[in-house]
Design a binder for this molecule. Structure first.
Ligand code: FE
Length: 164
């Protein structure tokens, strides 16, 4: 029986991020000098995350492997994978199947690139020989955001509202 007028007992609350592109600049978590991310949904219970990835000044996201699928939707700027011959522009949707290995690169004439990514599982970074050398997942994103928000005064509440 579906109860009228409300969520079922035990259902988690929804996440609503109004006008995410105009978020408090402090909500963007630096990842490298040129790359930062805005967490929208960090699912510690299911092991995925949805974020806005922002790259400035012709940045690069190191070569990595996906064991689980990724969905991407470009909002601003342009980017390409060194391993593929197509370019992603605003409005482009990308499905990255498990097994993908790629290096995200933003061309030098793009001031700012923003793409929404839904990443299941982990990105496994690989070195030039293809050996695993690090990873990112909902937990590393959560830890990075927690440290950043603690340091810049946004606080734990801002992060908790994005975690399920
Ligand atoms: Fe990727």
């Amino acid at each position: 029986v579906i109860l009228p007028g409300g969520p079922l007992p035990g259902a988690l609350p929804e996440i609503v991020v109004a006008d995410a592109l105009s978020a408090d600049p402090r909500a963007w978590v630096p990842q490298t000098a040129d790359v930062s991310f805005l967490p929208l949904c960090l699912s510690l219970s299911q092991g995925f995350y949805v974020n806005l990835l922002r790259v400035r000044r012709a940045g690069v996201l190191s070569r990595h492997y996906h064991a689980q699928p990724v969905h991407g939707w470009v909002l601003k700027g342009r980017w390409r994978y060194r391993e593929h011959d197509w370019e992603a522009t605003p409005g482009t949707y990308v499905f990255e199947p498990p097994g993908e290995v790629h290096t995200l690169e933003v061309p030098g004439d793009v001031d700012e690139m923003i793409t929404l990514f839904h990443v299941a599982g982990a990105l496994i970074y690989v070195d030039d020989a293809g050996r695993p050398c690090g990873h990112d997942d909902a937990f590393t994103k959560h830890a990075a955001a927690a440290a950043h928000y603690a340091a810049n005064g946004l606080g734990a509440g801002a992060l908790a509202s994005r975690v399920r």
